[in-house]
Design a protein around this ligand. Structure first.
Ligand SMILES: N[C@@H](CCC[C@H](N)C(=O)O)C(=O)O
Length: 287
């Protein structure tokens, strides 16, 4: 079987996009397909697979599978690319429209310059802060509690964790210098830590000033990636909670792959603005 695909990225966080309006794939093949296309040696090379599908409740629907084949609830960079793809392929003709992810429906607005979509702004909705809903478990405390700079021991490292869900789980650790963040050791250890029963995306943040942070991520199911949209949103929410940044003010997040603009608005919604880029189109041969 040949599966037509588009490779796209948001700040280097790349996925293989399949147009599910045209191509039907068996549900049971999806995890293996995600693993196959993601493999840089034997596949195409990406951080995972994203399907763009018709939706009953929004203009389009997306499903995202990490590199290891696990399905995730949400993907910020993926939503921006799906918005661009849906507009480029003519499935939507308006500039503001709704995209359904597993975690819910968000509103995306494409910026069209001379017929080309380069940037997309997404209202990512409200973050979830209750520990039980991240989900995160501890021996003591209430599920309703917020986790803001709570002591968090990982091996020999004494860290302080802030936990935020953007429809998918994130934990944020602050470091003095992003280039020395222990991402290779703490990332894989925390992403599967028993305190996060569904796993977690692990973010390191260096605060530069109220309006700017440096950011690196170990993504659940994919490892180190160049960028994570939901992670950048979680990092800014965390920075407001920890009083490094202010509510309703834009924060520029410097990720390995480039910059995202994130604002945690007074109405509780998180706004994310950043690029979406098409890299290639082709056909993937599935045995
Ligand atoms: N890269 C994404 C997030 C993808 C899903 C994540 N790894 C998870 O398992 O929750 C983004 O841009 O948000």
């Amino acid at each position: 079987m040949k599966i037509p695909f588009t490779k796209m990225h948001g700040l280097g966080n790349s996925y293989i996009y399949v147009d599910g309006f045209q191509t039907q794939i068996n549900e049971s093949d999806l995890p293996l397909l995600a693993q196959s296309v993601s493999n840089v040696n034997t596949g195409i090379g990406s951080d995972g697979l994203i399907l763009m599908l018709p939706s009953d409740v929004a203009d389009v629907r997306m499903r995202i599978f990490n590199k290891d084949g696990s399905e995730a609830m949400n993907c910020g960079n993926g939503i921006r690319c799906v918005a661009k793809l849906a507009y480029d392929l003519g499935y939507v003709t308006k500039e503001q429209f709704e995209i359904e992810a597993k975690s819910g429906v968000v509103t995306a607005e494409v910026e069209v310059e001379e017929g080309v979509v380069n940037n997309v702004t997404v209202d990512m909705g409200k973050p979830e802060l209750k520990r039980g809903n991240i989900p995160m478990v501890t021996l003591t405390g209430d599920d309703e509690d917020h986790v803001i700079s709570d002591p968090f021991l990982v091996g020999e490292e004494d860290l302080y964790a802030t936990a935020v869900s953007m429809g998918n789980p994130h934990v944020v650790f602050y470091v003095d210098d992003i280039s020395e963040a222990p991402i290779d050791s703490v990332g894989p250890a925390v992403t599967t830590d028993h305190r996060f029963p569904e796993g977690v995306n692990v973010e390191f943040v260096e605060v530069l000033n109220e309006r700017e942070i440096n950011f690196r991520v170990w993504e659940r199911g994919s490892g180190i990636t160049q960028a994570c949209g939901t992670g950048a949103c979680a990092a800014v929410v965390s920075s407001v909670l920890n009083e490094h940044s202010r509510r309703n003010e834009e924060v520029i997040v410097h990720l390995d792959g480039g910059d995202l603009s994130i604002t945690w608005q007074d109405d509780g919604h998180v706004l994310m603005k950043g690029p979406a880029v098409t890299v290639a189109e082709g056909e993937f041969f599935l045995d």
